[in-house]
Design a protein around this ligand. Structure first.
Ligand code: FAD
Length: 520
């Protein structure tokens, strides 16, 4: 039996891994987190995916317990601004599509837009109106807004279930946005209270044994540290997996050229400003700017390609975008390693987080990759025989997840209506990952289905592809010819019903600020 795990790194991935392993294995596994006091964490990574709720549930943490400690807010989706053309916006929410007579509402929308509407997202999703009105997804008594979602009880009474990503059957309607440093502190306290050992020190050498496996780590002040299994959470450096074990990184730079970011943490008065329940991604001349509203500040940053602009120009653009609130705030300039380790698990080392792989944060997938990395590790946890089948299956699952998201993101650029400068023009002619060109061709005639999207689990379902293809506006899409032979009165009635329901919800739900102020 393996009984001893050492995690190197105390960022989001290190502490998520430690707390998850404790929740899974309790005292049967000894877990140590070894983190440098000197080397800072990346300091960003604050918007998530709706499936992150499985993580908090698995740890047994209800919202009202952890959210106030991490200045967390609700995220109902992503608002994409200026991607189709300057001045336009649409939402990509966490909401599956309604189906009428066997066709999703998006097909019906392409066939005949209700009232000649130009806002498909308002016509097919409830969430667009709720986001526009800056509402909370919960009423003041804690119940979730009326929908066919599983959970209808007060969140304080709800017993978290120990489910994981790949078993999700219903679509949960929101994710969270939180302060990454506060979350790391919170999970550190959670883990150490449950017996995780915490060492603050630098790893100065990774020693390999005769087989080439990691034998021990040499630290500056705590001597040698040994383990059965080492988890590399050292960020883009990949100190154990990439540097010591020399596992190569497969770069995605040829298809996703954004390689840098500059970030700001901007304090704002949320009571005055309001609290949008979504992350915003605003297209720029050489990339895009994220805006993540937390309780008490916004996290914002410009993700850009260094082939098209300089760090100074990017920082200037970001500061102008944010306005006077950013005046005295220090900028964090970040180089991004876009790509993935060829194998996340090599010998007795598994990389989780940025060391495993990263694509630009356009769909907030970094923390989702961590969750998938650690959930799959528990499912594939090695026995004393180090069965290579478990390792290979793990590596396939992680590789597929990251490759699938990469493909989805490349589609954002290829599909964007923007074509007004060299950056956006080049996005239309750049190489595509294998298979995407054929899939795009197919989607022009028939919107994506589970059979025609990237074939392996990567977190995104067909509704996300529909949302992006219709919203981005750069790909000509056709309604299925069959709809011309069908009676569309049921579909038009559904559009009308959905519009009435969303307007009603936007009126009745409290503002997100009001709801969270009560929780805090
Ligand atoms: P890091 O935070 O870099 O932590 C590395 C740790 O390793 C540190 O504790 C450091 O001290 C330690 N370490 C390094 N070397 C040594 C050593 N020699 N000895 C001991 N310890 C060592 N993800 C999302 O889900 N949503 C987002 O909105 C999002 N936005 C992002 C925006 C940008 C610009 C970037 C770059 C990433 C974003 N991500 C996002 C990804 C997210 O930030 C990361 O997945 C997450 O923070 C995990 O980082 P990490 O823990 O792997 O690495």
């Amino acid at each position: 039996m393996l009984t001893n795990v050492v995690i190197v790194g105390g960022g989001t991935s290190g502490w998520m891994s430690a707390s998850y392993l404790k929740a899974a294995f309790g005292d049967r596994l000894s877990v140590t987190v070894l983190e440098s006091k000197r080397i800072k964490t990346i300091g960003v990574g604050e918007a998530t995916f709706s499936t992150v709720r499985h993580f908090f549930d698995y740890l047994g943490l209800p919202e009202h317990v952890w959210m106030p400690k991490c200045n967390a807010t609700y995220k109902l989706g992503i608002r994409f601004e200026n991607w189709h053309r300057k001045g336009s916006y649409f939402y990509h929410p966490f909401e599956r599509l309604r189906v009428v007579d066997g066709f999703p509402l998006t097909d019906w929308w392409l066939h005949r837009k209700p009232g000649n509407s130009e806002r498909f997202d308002q016509d097919v999703f409830l969430m667009s109106a709720i986001c526009d009105a800056e509402r909370s997804p919960r009423y003041m008594d804690g119940t979730l807004f009326e929908q066919d979602f599983k959970e209808q009880t007060d969140p304080k009474d709800r017993k978290p279930e120990r489910s994981t990503l790949t078993e999700q059957d219903t679509q949960f309607p929101y994710a969270y946005q939180f302060d990454a440093s506060l979350l790391a502190d919170y999970l550190c306290a959670y883990s150490t209270e449950r017996g995780v050992r915490h060492i603050e020190d630098d790893v100065v050498e990774v020693a390999r044994d005769d087989r080439g496996w990691i034998g021990h780590l040499r630290t500056r002040e705590h001597g040698e540290v040994t383990a059965d299994l080492f988890i590399d959470c050292t960020g883009f450096k990949g100190l154990l997996l990439n540097e010591a074990l020399e596992e190569p990184v497969i770069s995605f730079q040829d298809t996703l050229p954004n390689d840098r970011a500059v970030a700001l943490r901007v304090p704002v008065d949320m009571e005055k400003r309001g609290l949008r329940p979504c992350t915003t991604a605003t297209a720029q001349d050489a990339g895009w700017i994220w805006t993540i509203p937390l309780f008490g500040r916004i996290g914002t940053g410009y993700v850009y390609a260094s082939d098209y602009t300089t760090p100074e120009e990017a920082e200037r653009t970001l500061r102008e975008f944010v306005g006077p609130d950013a005046k005295d705030v220090e900028a964090n300039h970040i180089r991004m390693r876009i790509g993935r380790s060829r194998n996340a698990w090599v010998n007795n080392c598994v990389a989780v987080g940025l060391s495993s792989g990263f694509v630009e944060p356009l769909e907030s997938t970094g923390i989702f990759f961590i969750q998938q990395g650690i959930e799959q590790l528990v499912k594939h946890f090695p026995g004393a025989d180090w069965n290579p089948q478990l390792r290979d299956s793990y590596n396939r699952a992680i590789g597929n997840t990251i490759d699938g998201v990469r493909e989805f993101l490349v589609m954002h650029y290829r599909g964007a209506g923007r074509n007004d400068n060299q950056y956006w023009k080049d996005a239309k002619t750049r190489a595509l990952p294998d298979g995407l060109a054929e899939r795009l061709d197919m989607w022009r005639s028939k919107l994506p289905t589970t059979e025609t999207i990237f074939p392996n689990y990567h977190g995104f379902e067909p509704y996300s592809y529909h949302s992006m293809l219709l919203g981005l506006g750069g790909v000509d899409l056709k309604a299925p010819p069959a709809l011309a032979l069908m009676d569309d009165s049921a579909a038009q009635a559904e559009f009308k019903l959905l519009r009435a329901q969303s307007q009603e919800l936007a009126k009745r739900l409290p503002s997100q600020y009001e709801y969270l102020a009560q929780m805090h």
